[in-house]
Design a protein around this ligand. Structure first.
Ligand code: ATP
Ligand code: MG
Length: 766
C-alpha cells in the first residue's frame, strides 16, 4: 500500500521481517541465541494487531501467545504496548499453565470439577497420595509417596491419563497406575487438581468435548510460542489441537537451548513441527545482536561438542569486544572475592548493577556470592528462589544451631521440635506454651520443667525428653570438638539430614547440597555465636526495591534473558557439568549440561567471565576440584585466561596436583593485600576492621544495622599455644613465622604472602 511501514518494522533485518510479515500459515523460526526470536514474536504480535484489526476484524481475544515464564509474558505485554503506542487487553498471553487454568475454569464442570477448583501444591499432593497409599496398605517406607508423585507427574507431562498409561513401573510392585487412578478420582472429589492436571484436563476436555475444542480452534486465529524447544508432549498436543483449524501457528526456538528434558521437554517437537504442519515455512536467523564476537565464537565452539544438533551458523556485526575471561582461583571464597572486585570495578566506571548477573548451576552456589555482595554493600536479588539463608532447610538447620548455641531460643525450639517428625502435635505445644506463659520462661525451659511431670503424655515425655537430652549432649560436645563437627553431628543425629536424604521430592538433592554448603559456611567462622551473628546481619540486610541490583540466578532461570556482564562461576567437574545429570542420564545428561553452558555464555552482551576453583570446602572438608571439561572446550583464540591468579595460562594442564606449593603464593589478590586484619578463612574481621572506601559502605549497610554486632567478630580470650618466633604452617598461606601473639590471635609473617592475623586453631606447628 501507500502507507509507510509501521516504525516497529524498521528495527528488523530481512529474515526477521520475513518472519514477522508471514502472518498466515505455520511458521517455525529456528535460530540460535540472541538472534531476535523473541523480538520477532513481539513484533509479530504488534503487527497482527496493527494490520489485521481493521481489515480482518482480528480481536485480541483471538490471539494466543505462550511464554515460558509469567515474567516473560509480562515483558511481552509491555513490549507490544510500546510498539503499538497503546495497551492491549483481552488476549490469551501467558504460560501453558496459566492459559490452561484460565481455560479450565470456564469448562470445569465438563470434566467433573467446579469452576472454583483448587490447584494443589506439592505438599498437598504428597499428603493426598499418602492417604491413598495408606488406604491401599502400601508401605510408605518402601514406596515413598514423593516418588509416586514424580511418576505421576511424568505421565502427565506425556499427556497420559490413567487409562492411557501402558508402561509398568516398579513402584508398589506395579501398582502405580492403579494408585494414579485413585489419586485422580480423589482429586475430583476434592474439587482440586494439581499442576500437571491443568494441561491434562484440557487434553481430556478436547477429546471428550470436540465442540469445545472446535470453539477454541475457531477462536484462536493466531498462535505464537516462545522457547518452543522446551515444550513437553502434553504441551505439544495442547498446541497442536489448538492450531489445527487456522494453522496460523508460529513457534520460535533453538534446539541448542533445550534444557528442560528433566521436566519432560522433548526437543523432538521441533523436528515434528514440519511433519505436523506440512508446508510449514522455516525461517532461520543467523545474525546475533546480543553478544560481541568473542563471546559468540566461544559459545558456538562449545556447543559443537554436542552430537545430533540441527546446526546453525551465527555471526555478528559487532566488531570489537573483550575475549571471554577464564579465571582459575584457589577456592570458592577467592572466586566470590574476584567477582565482587569485578563488580566494584564496573560500578566505579558508572555501570549499573542491573546490568550484571551471576549465573550458577545449582542453588547452593548462591551463598558465597550473596555473602560477598552483602559484605561489599552491593544490592542483589536472587531470582527463582529465596535467598540462601531464607530457604526452608537452611532455616530449619539454623534453628538447630540456635538451640545448641542459645538453649532458651523459643522460636528455634518450636520450629524444629517436630522436624523431622517426632509425633509432637498441637496439643503438646499448647501445653508447653501455656506453661511458658504462666511461668514467664522460654519454651525449651518449659519443656525441661515439664518433662518429668504428668503434664505431658508418656509418649511426649519420651520424644521431647530425648530431644532435650540431645540438645544437652550437643552443647557439651562444643567443649571438646570444633563447632563444625558439632553441627555435623547435630544434623546427623537429629535425623534432619536423613529426612531429606530419604525424601523423594524433586528438590531434595538441592536441599542436601544447601545443607552441605551451610556446614561449609559455618566452618568459615570461629564459633557458633559469631556465625549466628553473621547470619542475623545478613538477614537484616533488607534491600530497597527500587535500587539497581545484581541478579543472582540459576542458568535454568536465565533462559531468554540478557545482561551486559555475566559471571559464570563454578565451572568444575561435578559442579558443572553437574554430577547427578551425568550419573542419571549419561551422555544425554552431559549434552544437556553443555547446552546449559551455551545458554549461560550467550546471556552476555559485553563480557562473560567463567571461573573455577581449585578447591571447594565441602562439609568442612577441602576437596580439590578439576576444571570443567567445558573450560577446555572453549577455543583458545577467543578466551583470555586471567593469570593474576597464577593458575591460568596453560590450557590443558589443569590438575590441581600440578599446582606447586608456590603457585598460590603468586596468586590471589587477597593474599597480597596487606590489610593484615583480615581473617584469612572467614574474611569476617574485615567487617570489623573496615575503614575506607567500600569498607565504609560495609559499615553503613551491615554493621550499623546492629551496632553490637561488631563485638561478635572478636575472638575469644583463650591464650595461644604459640609464641613469638615459632615456625608455623597455615593451610592456605603456607609456612610462616609468628611475629606477635594476642590471645589466640597470631600475627604471622608468611613468606611471599605478607603479614596476616590469623586464629591459632587454623595453624599447625611448622
Ligand atoms: P534467546 O535465544 O536467548 O532467547 P532471542 O533469539 O530470543 O534470544 P532476542 O532476545 O529477541 O533474541 O534478541 C536479542 C537481543 O538483540 C535483544 O536485545 C534484541 O533487542 C536485539 N535485537 C534483535 N533483533 C535486532 C535487530 N534487528 N536490530 C537490533 N537489535 C536487535
Ligand atoms: Mg528469546
Amino acid at each position: 500500500g501507500d502507507a509507510p511501514a509501521p516504525a516497529y518494522l524498521d528495527n528488523l533485518n530481512v529474515e526477521q521481517r520475513d518472519a514477522v510479515e508471514t502472518l498466515d500459515g505455520p511458521l517455525l523460526v529456528l535460530a540460535g541465541a540472541g538472534t531476535g526470536k523473541t523480538r520477532v514474536l513481539t513484533t509479530r504480535l504488534a503487527h497482527l494487531l496493527e494490520t489485521k484489526a481493521q481489515t480482518e476484524r482480528l480481536h485480541p481475544q483471538q490471539i494466543l501467545a505462550v511464554t515460558f515464564t509469567n515474567r516473560a509474558a509480562k515483558e511481552m505485554q509491555e513490549r507490544v504496548a510500546q510498539a503499538l503506542g497503546r495497551p492491549v487487553e483481552g488476549w490469551w498471553l501467558g504460560t501453558f499453565h496459566s492459559l490452561s487454568a484460565r481455560l479450565l475454569r470456564r469448562h470445569a464442570e465438563l470434566i467433573g470439577l467446579q469452576s472454583n477448583f483448587t490447584i494443589l501444591d506439592s505438599d498437598d499432593q504428597v499428603r493426598l497420595l499418602k492417604q491413598i497409599m495408606d488406604a491401599e496398605q502400601i508401605d510408605p517406607k518402601k514406596w515413598p509417596a514423593k516418588q509416586l508423585m514424580g511418576i505421576i507427574q511424568r505421565w502427565k507431562d506425556k499427556g497420559l491419563t490413567p487409562e492411557r498409561v501402558n508402561e509398568s513401573v516398579e513402584f508398589a510392585n506395579g501398582g502405580a497406575k492403579h494408585l494414579y487412578r485413585l489419586y485422580q478420582e480423589r482429586l475430583k472429589v476434592l474439587n482440586a487438581c494439581d499442576f500437571g492436571d491443568l494441561l491434562l484436563h484440557c487434553l481430556t476436555l478436547f477429546q471428550q468435548h470436540p465442540e469445545v475444542l472446535k470453539q477454541y480452534q475457531n477462536t484462536f486465529r493466531y498462535i505464537l510460542v516462545d522457547e518452543y524447544q522446551d515444550t513437553n508432549v502434553a504441551q505439544y498436543l495442547w498446541l497442536r489441537a489448538m492450531a489445527m483449524v487456522h494453522r496460523n501457528i508460529c513457534c520460535v526456538g533453538d534446539d541448542d537451548q533445550a534444557i528442560y528434558s528433566w521436566r519432560g521437554a522433548e526437543v523432538g517437537n521441533i523436528l515434528r513441527f514440519e511433519s505436523d504442519f506440512p508446508g510449514a515455512k522455516v525461517v532461520r536467523l543467523e545474525q546475533n545482536y546480543r553478544s560481541t564476537p568473542h563471546i559468540l565464537a566461544a559459545a558456538s565452539k562449545l556447543i559443537t561438542f554436542n552430537d545430533g544438533r540441527l546446526g546453525k551458523q551465527l555471526w555478528t556485526e559487532i566488531d570489537t569486544g573483550e575475549k571471554v575471561f577464564v579465571k582459575g582461583v584457589w577456592d570458592g571464597e577467592a572466586e566470590a572475592r574476584l567477582v565482587g572486585e569485578d563488580i566494584e570495578a564496573l560500578q566505579a566506571k558508572g555501570i549499573g548493577a542491573s546490568q550484571m548477573a551471576i549465573l550458577v548451576r545449582a542453588g547452593f552456589q548462591t551463598r558465597e556470592f550473596e555473602e560477598r555482595l552483602i559484605t561489599l554493600g552491593i544490592p542483589y536479588r536472587v531470582i527463582g528462589g529465596p535467598r540462601f539463608y531464607e530457604r526452608q532447610e537452611i532455616r530449619d538447620a539454623l534453628a538447630y544451631i540456635r538451640i545448641v548455641a542459645q538453649p532458651d531460643d523459643s522460636l528455634a525450639f518450636e520450629r524444629i521440635v517436630n522436624v523431622p517428625k517426632r509425633g509432637v502435635g498441637k496439643a503438646t505445644l499448647q501445653t508447653l506454651h501455656q506453661y511458658s506463659r504462666d511461668q514467664a520462661i522460654s519454651l525449651p525451659a518449659a519443656a525441661r520443667d515439664l518433662i518429668d511431670t504428668e503434664e505431658l503424655k508418656p509418649k511426649m515425655r519420651q520424644a521431647i525428653g530425648g530431644l532435650l537430652g540431645d540438645f544437652k549432649r550437643w552443647r557439651e560436645m562444643l567443649a571438646g570438638s570444633s563447632h563444625v563437627e558439632v553441627i555435623e553431628t547435630v544434623l546427623d543425629e537429629s535425623g534432619y539430614t536423613d529426612m531429606w536424604r530419604t525424601s523423594k521430592e524433586i528438590d531434595a538433592p538441592g536441599r542436601l547440597e544447601n545443607l552441605k554448603e551451610l556446614v561449609s559456611a559455618i566452618g568459615e567462622f570461629e564459633n557458633l555465636t559469631s556465625f549466628l551473628e553473621h547470619v542475623s546481619l545478613v538477614m537484616e540486610n533488607e534491600q530497597n526495591d527500587a535500587q539497581e541490583k545484581v541478579t543472582i540466578m540459576t542458568l535454568h532461570a536465565a533462559k531468554g534473558l540478557e545482561f551486559d556482564y555475566v559471571f559464570l562461576p563454578g565451572w568444575e567437574e561435578g559442579v558443572f557439568p553437574h554430577q547427578r545429570a551425568m550419573d542419571e542420564s549419561g551422555v544425554k545428561g552431559l549434552e544437556e549440561e553443555r547446552r546449559l553452558a551455551y545458554v549461560g555464555i550467550t546471556r552476555a552482551r559485553k563480557r562473560a567471565t567463567v571461573s573455577y576453583a581449585a578447591n571447594r570446602r565441602i562439609y568442612n572438608q577441602w576437596q580439590s576440584a578439576l576444571p570443567s571439561r567445558f573450560v577446555d572446550e572453549l577455543p583458545d583464540e577467543h578466551i583470555e585466561r586471567i593469570s593474576d591468579t597464577g593458575l591460568g595460562g596453560h590450557g590443558g594442564n589443569h590438575s590441581p596436583g600440578a599446582w606447586g606449593a608456590d603457585d598460590w603464593m603468586k596468586m590471589p589478590s587477597w593474599a597480597s593485600d596487606n590489610s593484615a586484619n583480615r581473617n584469612p578463612v572467614s574474611g569476617a574481621s574485615e567487617r570489623k576492621f573496615a575503614s575506607s572506601g567500600w569498607q565504609d559502605r560495609v559499615r553503613k549497610n551491615v554493621i550499623d544495622v546492629k551496632p553490637d554486632g561488631e563485638t561478635s567478630y572478636s575472638t575469644n580470650s583463650k591464650s595461644s599455644k604459640y609464641k613469638v618466633g615459632d615456625a608455623v604452617r597455615h593451610r592456605k598461606f603456607g609456612p610462616g613465622t609468628v611475629r606477635a601473639v594476642d590471645g589466640n590471635k597470631l600475627e604471622i609473617h608468611f613468606e611471599g604472602v605478607g603479614t596476616k592475623k590469623v586464629v591459632d586453631s587454623f595453624i599447625l606447628p611448622g
